[in-house]
Design a protein around this ligand. Structure first.
Ligand SMILES: Nc1ncnc2c1ncn2[C@@H]1O[C@H](COP(=O)(O)OP(=O)(O)OP(=O)(O)O)[C@@H](O)[C@H]1O
Ligand SMILES: [Mg+2]
Length: 450
């Protein structure tokens, strides 16, 4: 059985028998157990469970202090977002209410029926997930970078870093796959700096022909070469006082890397065909989707240039590694496009949401934007489907997984019992479980062999 490692459940119970039973019952979650307050606190810090099931009647500690309520309080202090379910004795309604007033999510009266408890636990995980998404959405609104939407922790860290280094003159290198937002971040570095009133000049190093590199970047004097009819400032000069964004720096040929390095070291340029040195105050921001370290090892990128341009290196995570951003951005991009074009599209169908989650987005936000725009144009309904997006339709995973698991388990039991002529020992051996476990499984599925 495959575990859902993303979902961690902490069970705190001092009755060893019950603890074992529950641990087995919830085995498709990542279960962590504890039998007293101290171990539970350690487990909360270490494993950060989303849901905790706790026996409120834990025995008092050696000093005679009851542990149940103390644990509720301390657990929620450490992790206020965790969903805490307390188990109380049969006639302990007052205790249950007190626990809820302390912040517990729900309560459950013993004796324990694992199936009923499981429903509560499932709902708690679901609620936790919804709230986490909601928090992420709210956080995204608090990003100070214009036009940048995210709710992902890694990406929010990147935003914080951008905000912190923007006012400095540090040379920043933005590393990320195609379409991850390198240009958006480079623009933010400029607009959040004291240079924001001066120009931001973007130069695509991949699109610059080698023979035009110098004249484009450094400018030229009249008569410097055939066709140089008037003196023209280069891009660096145009960006004086502002920011130069060297996009796709990894594509720059070695010979040109040497020229760029000279400018970075001396902060001075000479126009082609000119004799005057021109001192410039520009900030350099570079970006690439190439692996510069590998290129340096192969001698394709100068190490000295790398250290000049990468005073601060910023790694931008790809969209597939940003939790909840796929849907967040899909909705944002759709809303933006629908508003611009005055379209009546409201949102995505459930299968579209699952397909967006499932797909790996090699072209990142750029690809997401393209697919959403195309779908919005093609879609004749209010809701965009997976097909409109050109994505494979997938079943909504979380809802069906349990059903699939249960079905597979029941099938395996039936097949094995048939194959062994209802011999419990042989069937247990075949299934790789103990006899008591097999009995429990049969009971759970209402299977009898009489
Ligand atoms: N977090 C974001 N929120 C909103 N829009 C975004 C975000 N990240 C990227 N975009 C949009 O996605 C598109 C691609 O972003 P951008 O051009 O900055 O990526 P890039 O990393 O420079 O891509 P490439 O490597 O292809 O040049 C742009 O239209 C940009 O506005
Ligand atoms: Mg770009």
């Amino acid at each position: 059985m495959q575990k859902n490692n993303a979902q961690t459940l902490l069970i705190v119970e001092d009755d060893v028998g019950l603890l074992t039973q529950l641990k087995w019952h919830f085995s498709d979650y990542n279960v962590v157990v504890a039998s007293n307050l101290n171990d539970a606190i350690i487990a909360i810090r270490l494993h950060e469970p989303q849901v905790m099931v706790q026996d409120l009647g834990l025995p008092p500690d050696p000093d005679g202090v009851t542990q149940g309520f103390a644990l509720v309080q301390q657990a929620l202090e450490i992790n206020p977002h965790m969903k805490l379910i307390v188990m109380t004795g049969n006639d302990c309604n007052e205790h249950a209410i007190k626990a809820v007033s302390l912040g517990a999510y729900d309560f459950y009266s013993k004796p324990v029926n694992p199936d009923t408890l499981e429903l509560i636990v499932q709902r708690a995980f679901h609620m936790h997930q919804l709230e986490a998404k909601n928090r992420a959405f709210n956080l995204s609104k608090s990003s100070n970078l214009k036009g940048l939407i995210t709710g992902d922790d890694k990406m929010l860290k990147v935003c914080k870093l951008i905000e912190r280094v923007a006012p400095t003159n540090a040379a920043c290198l933005l590393l990320g796959e195609s379409g991850t937002g390198k240009e958006v971040l480079a623009t933010s570095l400029h607009s959040l700096s004291a240079r924001s009133d001066a120009p931001f000049v973007a130069i695509n190093c991949a699109a610059l022909p080698e023979n035009l590199f110098e004249s484009e970047l450094f400018g030229y004097e009249r008569g410097a070469f055939t066709g140089a009819v008037k003196s023209t400032p280069g891009k660096f000069e145009l960006a004086d006082g502002g920011t130069v964004f060297l996009d796709e720096i990894g594509e720059m040929p070695l010979q040109l890397q040497a020229k760029l390095l000279r400018f970075l070291q001396e902060k001075v340029i000479e126009r082609v065909g000119g004799r005057k040195l021109i001192y410039l105050d520009t900030r350099i921001v570079c970006a690439t989707n190439r692996n510069l370290e590998e290129m340096m090892a192969k001698g394709e990128f100068r190490e000295d240039l790398y250290y000049r341009i990468a005073e601060i290196q910023i790694d931008i995570p790809p969209l597939r590694d940003r939790s909840s951003d796929k849907i967040l951005l899909a909705r944002y991009l759709l809303k933006k496009y629908a508003q611009e074009e005055n379209l009546k599209i409201v949102g995505f169908t459930e299968d579209a949401i699952s397909a967006i989650e499932e797909y790996s987005w090699p072209g990142n936000i750029r690809e997401l934007g393209n697919k959403v725009t195309r779908a919005a144009i093609m879609c004749e309904q209010k809701y965009i489907s997976a097909e409109d997006l050109g994505l494979k339709s997938v079943d909504p995973i979380p809802l069906n997984l349990k059903v699939i698991r249960e079905g597979a388990e029941l099938n395996a039991l039936k097949t094995t019992l048939n194959a062994t002529g209802n011999n419990i020992s042989a069937a247990a051996k075949l299934l790789g479980v103990t006899r008591p476990t097999l009995y429990d499984l049969m009971k759970k599925h209402n299977l009898s062999i009489n």
